[in-house]
Design a protein around this ligand. Structure first.
Ligand code: AMP
Length: 214
């Protein structure tokens, strides 16, 4: 199964991808995660991407397409994958179509998770991540445990992504409106788009997604 999880920053693509990985046994491919790792490791890609990311701008399509092409050809992605945070522009979506055609395959579905903008901003600004395992917390909806330790791995340090700061979050949302939202039409014309309400609990959103894949 080859899926795209689609939606504005903060709709829950990462959280839902992780549940789908367990349910479907295919890997999550998050371009944001790959880029953050590259930035942390100070690779050539990371150095090129850092400024764009910290200011909430999209990283240039050519860099992203090269990175995804390499990733989807790895062994674990042969039976399928869940794309999280990619494609984010029409040229990226066209590039993905060509890559998949070259590999004699195609996308199965594009799941669009919808959440109102005001709620998205609240989710992102209050998001905190475990420094060790990346488990997501939220100062409003899912506070860091009273023990001060992550309930998955016991780590005691948490971080606030630099691009989850209020001024950057607005820029990211604007990038979504300008560059990414045209993909809704792109994929509905192809008959691939399925809409899911992201304002429900995490488990309910996941059930809805899985029901749409049957
Ligand atoms: P994310 O974790 O998906 O919110 O991505 C964090 C940041 O990485 C974005 O704000 C962009 O700067 C960059 N990024 C991630 N995926 C892409 C993509 N497909 N195209 C361009 N930039 C991306």
């Amino acid at each position: 199964m080859r899926l795209i999880l689609f939606g504005a920053p903060g709709v829950g693509k990462g959280t839902q991808s992780k549940l789908l990985v367990k349910a479907l046994g295919i890997p999550q491919i998050s371009t944001g995660d790959i880029l953050r790792k590259a930035v942390a490791n100070k690779t050539e890609l990371g150095n090129k991407a850092k400024e764009f990311m910290n200011s909430g701008k999209l990283v240039p399509d050519t860099l992203i397409l090269e990175m995804v092409k390499e990733r989807i050809q790895q062994n674990d992605a042969q039976k399928g994958f869940i794309l999280d945070g990619f494609p984010r522009t029409v040229p990226q979506a066209e590039g993905l179509d060509s890559m998949l055609a070259e590999l004699n395959t195609d996308l199965d579905k594009v799941i669009q998770i919808g959440v109102p903008t005001e709620e998205l901003l609240k989710r992102l600004i209050n998001r905190r991540l475990c420094k060790n395992c990346g488990e997501e917390y939220n100062l409003i909806y899912k506070p860091i445990p009273e023990s001060g330790n992550c309930n998955v791995c016991n780590e005691s340090e948490f971080w606030h992504r630099p691009d989850d700061r209020e001024e950057v979050v607005s820029q990211r949302n604007q990038e979504y409106i300008n560059n990414t939202s045209p993909l809704i039409e792109f994929y509905s014309k192809k008959g691939k788009l399925v809409k899911v309400n992201g304002l429900q609990g995490i488990e309910d959103v996941s059930k809805n997604i899985l029901n749409n894949l049957r």
